[in-house]
Ligand binder design. Structure first.
Ligand code: CA
Length: 232
């Protein structure tokens, strides 16, 4: 069954261009104008990935993302932002809104397609086949359901945060450089910078640490990268 890609974009010509290319790339697509009912329509359609423009006529893409992340069926669906300005990129990287990736306009359809495929591959190939449960300290990972619990309380993670945390929990007590993490978590086709790793780490600490500024699990290895500590 082809993966379903939602395109939330109010510029009709750009939306058609994206749709044309994604359809040719073998995806099932649907365009949403970003208007009032878009969130409900998205949740009803259940896409596998959402391409979300930032500049929309009513609520902006960040607002839509934030609402989708709160609850509901699309709370961990990958969201790839279309941004036009560098300050928007900063907000996407700030990740307070829970996006997974961004692409700046103008972009080539081929690049968009490559990124979408990279995200979908990670979802499909992400979970180990044999075991579906990982127990590390107070953390329990249900890899089949892609859920993480800390002392039985479920963490609210974006799909990138989930992959990053799952990777750390699967390889505790090992120091990883930012480049290692980009390769292992974002994959060969990563389009992100080492700074992105830091932003995700900070976000993750807010979820898993009692005091995010003084982390005891996800610690900084000075001048190198990060390590997940078991002995606390
Ligand atoms: Ca727009």
């Amino acid at each position: 069954m082809p993966s379903r890609i939602a395109i939330v974009e109010d510029e009709v010509e750009l939306a058609s261009l994206i749709e044309y290319n994604l359809t040719r790339g073998g995806f099932q697509t649907r365009v949403f104008p970003g208007s009032e009912g878009t969130i409900k329509e998205l949740e009803a359609w259940r896409p596998d990935l959402i391409v979300l423009d930032v500049m929309l006529p009513g609520q902006d893409g960040f607002e839509i993302c934030r609402k989708l992340r709160q609850t509901g069926p699309l709370s961990i669906t990958p969201i790839l932002f279309l941004t036009a300005r560098s300050d928007e990129v900063d907000r996407v990287l700030g990740l307070e809104i829970g996006g997974d990736d961004y692409i700046t306009k103008p972009f080539s359809p081929r690049e968009l397609l490559a990124r979408i495929k990279a995200h979908l591959r990670r979802i499909e190939g992400g979970a180990p086949a044999k075991s579906t449960e990982l127990l590390v300290g107070p953390f329990r990972v249900d890899t089949a359901a892609r859920r993480v619990f800390r002392n039985s309380v479920e963490l609210e993670l974006t799909s990138t945060e989930y992959r990053l945390l799952e990777f750390f929990l699967a390889h505790p007590a090992h120091a990883w450089s930012r480049e290692d993490l980009l390769r292992e978590v974002w994959g060969e086709q990563h389009f992100v910078t080492p700074r992105t790793v830091d932003v995700h780490i900070r976000r993750l600490r807010e979820q898993i640490e009692t005091q995010p500024d003084e982390p005891v699990y996800l610690v900084t290895v000075r001048g190198f990268g990060y390590r997940f500590e078991l002995a606390v």
